[in-house]
Design a protein around this ligand. Sequence first.
Ligand code: RUQ
Ligand code: CUA
Length: 657
Amino acid sequence: MKNNLIKATLAFSVIAFFGACKPKTASDAVTGNAAQKVYVAPGEHDEFYSFTSGGFSGQVSVYGIPSGRLLKVLPVFSQDPETGYGYGEDTKPMLNTSHGFVPWGDQHHLAVSQTNGEYDGRWLFANENNTPRVARLDLTTFTTTEIIEIPNSAGNHSSPFVTDNTEYVVAGTRFSVPFEDVNGDIPISTYAENFSGAITFIKVDPETGKMGIDFQLKTPPVNYDLSRTGKGASSGWFFFSTYNTEKAHTLLEVNASQNDKDFILAVNWKKISEMVKEGKGRKVKAKYAHNVYDHNSHSATSTILDEVHVLDIEDLEGVAYYIPCPKSPHGADVDPSGEYIVGSGKLASLIPVFSFSKMMKAIEEKKFDGDFDGIPVLNYETVLHGEVQKPGLGPLHTEFDANGNAYTSFFVSSEVVKWNVKTLEVVDRQPTYYSTGHLTVAGGNTKNPYGKYLVAWNKITKDRYLPTGPELAQSAQLFDITGEKMELLLDFPTIGEPHYAQIVPASLIVDKQKRIYDINANTHKHVVKNEDDTRVVRNGNRVDVYMTLIRTHITPDNIEGIRMGDEVYFHITNLEQDWDLPHGFAVMGNNNSEVLILPGETRTMKWVPTKVGIIPMYCTDFCSALHQEMQGYIRVSPAGSNTPLRYGTGDKAPKAE
Ligand code: RUQ
Ligand code: CUA
């Protein structure tokens, strides 16, 4: 995207207006009391959580707002050496796909579950672009509990978006590709005939959050960028931005920028979901993984599914319409009332705002400008509420406050622009450092935004921090938006490359926090609930070590009789039942990872010894004053040796014969 937009800048220098002027120095923009406004005293808590996408790191990070303090990085689509996620045997299945084990991802967008169009703080949904997947994180434990792969999709960028009661999580494909039930071994130049777009509706169980693909819409071969669900008046609808309505398959920067207008696709998902219930559509063969993590067995399972329910959008009457939208729209955002739909054409010089009621009227009166691949195209002027004139260059995303204002990020002109949704007048503009991608207002995509803070997630950092070699930290900027003018308060560096984020009041989440896992509820296949049951069992060349950890010893901490050629599985249970008492576990030379084990949890780690001798093992998490004593030895003998299998701790440690 960066390159495209930088090239777009060149194209734009012809259209010679720049709304923004850049201040000379960064600090010009900051007033005296900014520091006070972001100061969270030691021991105090932030007012909001910001769940922030990690971009190409594949993870999600959590910051406190307004302090900008990094609280945690949550492993989602990538292996995580800090916790052992994706390395340990019990979490590896989370990263399984129809392509096999894929231990990294590209994570862009996040959505907190909603009830009545407001955050309910239960789950966080996250997308993965490269190998299309959607994850669900449980916000009582801040862990990834489910990942579902999206078939017939490529580049799961337009995702995930939740409906106003989290009935569905929705995922649109970035690339159109041939569906899996047609032979894909075809010339790329047959794009227009053989490729299709897909929009996937994942049903979410209202009690457990469990996901399952309900249906997919097969659409003309355009690219989907972003989307929003309707709310209030437009509840039941979805609005997806599209680009490449030119159906180009090469040099998209030129060939997909030909049309003066692309489309926002308006879809009545409620009606379609009823059609599905009535039996409309067909089953299509498609392979995809569904991975579920269970918090009692502390283990994940991966199931490969082989079928999805597909509806061809052009066969459906009265549920899908195209709204023409200038120049390769990126964001398609819906205001809190649900009446206004904002299209942000990354190459457009204005922001069109569409009216949902005008759209409904035009549909009723069948005022169409023909069709595009069988889908009626609405008339731009007829459904337009109005245009924001000269807002800036390269509009990308828009969020809202509770007072009728919209905030749009501008990549090319590096600014955030505040404008009034009804009057379409620009109210304020503030420079950003530099080139903002997404922005997030607290609750800014809900029916009742909290407002107060806005964070600009910037793509280019340049001189904002101490240099760190060729690769710089990405940068976020926090604004106070309580006044008429936005006020820059703080810069803070971020992990990976943040795209979108969700800023949620801490009060929605704090009380739900789980502190420990109940050891009595632990149903892990290899759990050991007291030290007397610890043991080492040989089965051929497989050795299972049933181990416990408690302050501050490992049981067993002396193990003999392991041989070269063995595969050793450590099943490690943390017996602690107090908050904030994880233990870690590591074995010298293990090329897997260490693992972190939380109170009441069991983790399985595989180790293949690589040399004869004494191998140390120890706890990696500083758990008490005697943490450094929490260690032990494993004796590895040559293959075929008859060293007996003996083990124990303290008095029970094997003695010399
Ligand atoms: S995109 S910078 Cu991946 Cu959300 Cu707009
Ligand atoms: Cu247990 Cu350190």
